[in-house]
Design a binder for this molecule. Structure first.
Ligand SMILES: [Zn+2]
Length: 247
């Protein structure tokens, strides 16, 4: 199949006249366990007939070649860390802590994920509206590879596939939390067996519990599965699973 070149302005570095790469919105490695089953499901929150089985990850022409490489390097780091190396965590009761994480690479990966979810035109992700200010600020930080402070565009992660391993292959597009978390708005999504909660707020310097985020010293806390996280995933998946089993 001949590939059509798409020429345009890179959404990240804003250079015009670039051959735009067909970038994944959600990093490809999150789809991997599902590809192996031959199909995966994306659960959409904004249509009534929300189930859809798709054969490959959603893509969009967003980035020039060099920005695609830059984001690809952050992704590669996180994929190897989470899926290939599967680090040994230290058990702290309510959470596991993973030391030795490269702060800059992991943080920039998290930021690039919520930024891509914010700028894509795919309906599946239309819940994510970062607003012009945060969209611009995230873009500028990513463009200069600046991970910022731990609380800036921070992401809280929680395991969700311990008791139901199938949740490891669920991808939920982000939904804005109905309740603010500690007074700050966040978007929740499920990827790779974890709930990811992205904070998009200008007032995070006052966040009361900064220790729940990746620290500059490279300690990544991942909370243990909670009843509320399980409930969140179950509420999304149950109607769709029921539809597929009765069909
Ligand atoms: Zn670019």
């Amino acid at each position: 199949m001949a590939k059509k070149k798409i020429i345009g302005t890179c959404k990240l570095c804003l250079k015009p006249g670039q051959e735009l790469q067909n970038s994944h919105i959600i990093s490809e490695f999150f789809y991997k366990p599902i590809y192996e089953n031959g199909r995966f499901q994306i659960f959409s929150s904004n249509t009534t007939n929300s189930s859809r089985i798709e054969q490959k990850g959603l893509r969009e022409h967003l980035l020039c070649w060099s920005c695609e490489q830059k984001l690809g390097n952050w992704e590669k780091y996180v994929k190897e860390l989470l899926f290939d190396r599967a680090p040994q965590g230290i058990d702290h009761g309510d959470r596991m802590e993973y030391p030795g994480v490269e702060y800059s690479q992991f943080k920039l990966f998290q930021m690039s994920l919520i930024w891509r979810l914010g700028i894509t035109k795919h309906d599946r992700f239309s819940n994510v509206d970062l607003g012009r200010k945060h969209e611009d600020r995230l873009r500028e930080m990513l463009d200069r590879s600046d991970p910022g402070e731990p609380y800036e565009y921070a992401c809280f992660t929680e395991h969700v596939a311990y008791s139901i391993p199938e949740y490891g292959s669920v991808i939920l597009p982000p939904t804005k939390g109905a309740k603010k978390f500690q007074g700050h708005p966040c978007y929740r999504t499920v990827l790779g067996g974890m709930v990811w909660c992205f904070f998009v707020s200008s007032h995070m310097a006052q966040f009361p519990k900064p220790e729940i985020f990746l620290s500059k010293s490279g300690v990544l806390p991942v909370w243990k599965e909670s009843p509320s996280a399980r409930k969140f995933v179950r509420e999304w998946t149950a109607p769709i699973i029921a539809e597929h089993t009765t069909a």
